[in-house]
Design a protein around this ligand. Sequence first.
Ligand code: NDP
Length: 403
Amino acid sequence: MSNILIVGAGGVGGVVTHKCALNSDVFHRITLASRTKSKCDRIAGEVKEMHGVEIATAAVDADQVSEMAALIRDVKPDLVLNVALPYQDLPIMDACLETGVHYLDTANYEPKDVAKFEYSWQWAYRERFEKAGLMALLGCGFDPGVTGVFTAYAAKHHFDVLEYLDIVDCNAGNHGKAFATNFNPEINIREITQPGRYWQDGQWVEIPAMSLHKPIDYPEIGPRESYVLYHEELESLVKNFPTLKRARFWMTFGQEYLTHLRVLQNVGMTSIKPIVYQGMEIVPLQFLKAVLPPPEELGENYTGQTSIGCQIKGKKDGKDKTYFVYNNCDHAACWREVRSQAVSYTTGVPAVIGAKLMVQDTWKRAGVFNVEEFDPDPFMKELMVQGLPWVEQIDPKLPHDYD
Ligand code: NDP
């Protein structure tokens, strides 16, 4: 039995709270805290009505270490599950260290004023967490998250050597809006407007944003144009699986989405450089976020599926082998279960699985870790029963060129 403090009441925070309530045999006390308490109260009301479980709520500005630490002292959780924004990762980790509590998140730290995400800032906490006997689990959503677990599972059960990894991420859903992002618009647009980057023969290859693309055939969906992006799990995966000759991340985008994005970029609305408007300093991208639909409001009429998986080529017993492991997730089914769409669902459910494995001491070591550093088997088992069943194909024909 454990006591969990969830921080962040957006699309993902809603799913995490519902799923913790659906695992109330593991999480006997659940508190949801965020900057805007009314959002926590709305989710708590929904959870009570749908699953009959009480959720405590609180207001917190997680940028302030002292506020965060005071909340932790009050709630006394075993673990803080951070699904606020990447900007809050470091202050929340500091507060966990100050109060002696374990930590989990789904996205790596980004400074507000530079669109740059890398693990170095959080990996730098390793020694402090180790010394305090605490664990921090980083990037435990779907991608990053399940994609790391899938890779570790492939390495453990199917390969002697991993050589090529292609993570393929498709959202073939339709939310009926002209333009919206499926998770926090500010973070999402910062991610996809950066140059693309992939790992090849021991170094990073940088390419202009969206310049490398091709159709990839997704299970039960069909071919969709997919673009190479830089995605944060590549950084830890090439470090933890150093035999990888190449590692890439592909994501689908529709033409309509790309046209909107191009226009918004061209008129300066995706800029993170502050401008002065009517005597007030504003960041254009933050203003854009304020006028776009929030991710938690997309769910109700969303149809179609997401499909995310790992396509791997390597060697087993000296012979070439290919492998594909993936999950498809249905937007409408997520709405029925936890009032969410599939992008928030596929992020929130793995976070709860990670938290469950940590509080049950199945995944427990002192220090700062990425998910692929642990035994993937208990996580893969939980995915099957917590709503994200996976499928594997042994020796499929994969849609990539290999050297
Ligand atoms: P939302 O924008 O919907 O929600 C973010 C929440 O964090 C909001 O409730 C917001 O409060 C709260 N928040 C922001 N700043 C603070 C602060 N200083 N103190 C306390 N609370 C704060 O985002 P999502 O739910 O879509 O995404 C949540 C996280 O999940 C992000 O970090 C995102 O990058 C990550 N993610 C990870 C994925 C993965 O697969 N690994 C995929 C998708 C998302 P307010 O409402 O007041 O603004």
